[in-house]
Design a protein around this ligand. Structure first.
Ligand code: AMP
Ligand code: FE
Ligand code: FE
Ligand code: ZN
Length: 269
């Protein structure tokens, strides 16, 4: 039994609808998936009517952005109650702030000679979407300023880039307790991408209960190291493909990067 516990949909910056993700996961023979959109549970909620009637089992999830000075940190929340009032209150604030951030990015871009309008970016993102840098990048590609989304990131909107604007983030400890109060399990996403093991240790100290040991960005050495760290600190082990369905970005299809279904049992225990 295989699982993929890290998947994005069109509710955030993935390019595939939740329904299509479920269909593709089913075709790939996955037993469990988790929809872990950035700062939203809307993608998961769209599936509650279909989930259960066909395999795979869909585990509620989310991926929060948080940071410690100089490092972007992502924290996954599994088995959260998507209707929890406090959770929804914070998600509303995060979504609104992301819209204000788009305005700020537009004016920075204007000063750099790139003209984009707000409505066009929202049209690219689609309705009911948590808007992020990838949508701004897609808009610049659609306007012919760049060939690929990656070029936009490299030139303009990478953290510290000339058109970069941070979005409002809750501190790590607040993310951890928000997930727990919503009945969920906080897990540090892709520790290898954090870029510093001392920051990883600080996030563990903030109270995450798991470590995403298996991630496409981790090489064999990292996977072994984080597996040992998880065992040593008594953290649950998770993993997933971080699927976005963006052409050119690994994995090209669900089922190409999976983890053992036994991790789901461990997660739930
Ligand atoms: P945001 O949360 O709006 O700041 O956007 C962060 C998202 O942008 C990440 O979760 C990735 O999906 C995407 N991203 C970050 N860096 C890059 C990059 N260099 N190329 C393409 N996408 C990226
Ligand atoms: Fe993303
Ligand atoms: Fe992430
Ligand atoms: Zn992700």
């Amino acid at each position: 039994m295989r699982a993929d516990l890290h998947i994005h949909t069109t509710a955030s910056d993935g390019w595939m609808t939740p329904e299509k993700v479920l269909e593709e996961a089913s075709q790939a023979g996955l037993a469990y998936i988790s929809i872990t959109d950035h700062d939203t549970v809307d993608g998961f909620l769209r599936l509650t009517k279909t989930a259960g009637s066909i395999s795979p089992v869909v585990i509620p999830g989310i991926e929060f952005s948080t940071d410690l000075p100089g490092h972007e940190v992502h924290i996954l929340g599994y088995y959260i109650n998507p209707c929890d009032d406090e959770l929804r209150h914070h998600l509303d604030i995060l979504a609104k702030d992301r819209l204000a951030r788009v305005c700020k990015m537009i004016s920075k871009l204007k000063n750099l000679g790139y003209n984009l309008d707000y409505d066009f970016i929202l049209e690219i993102a689609g309705p009911k979407t948590v808007v992020g840098r990838p949508h701004v990048a897609q808009a610049l590609v659609a306007k012919g300023y760049f060939k690929a989304v990656k070029d936009v990131f490299d030139t303009l909107i990478e953290r510290g880039g000339p058109a970069y604007v941070p979005h409002y983030k809750l501190p790590p400890q607040a993310v951890v307790s928000l997930i727990e109060r919503a009945g969920g399990i906080p897990v540090l996403a892709h520790p290898g991408l954090v870029g510093s093991d001392s920051v990883v240790n600080k996030i563990i100290a903030a109270g995450v209960k798991g470590l995403e040991v298996y991630h496409p960005s981790h090489d064999e050495g990292m996977t072994t190291r984080y597996l040992a760290l998880a065992r040593q600190r008594k953290l649950k082990v998770t993993g997933g493909s971080d699927y976005h369905a963006i052409p050119g970005r690994f994995p090209g299809k669900l089922g190409e990067f999976t983890v053992s279904g036994s991790l789901v049992r461990e997660l739930r225990a």
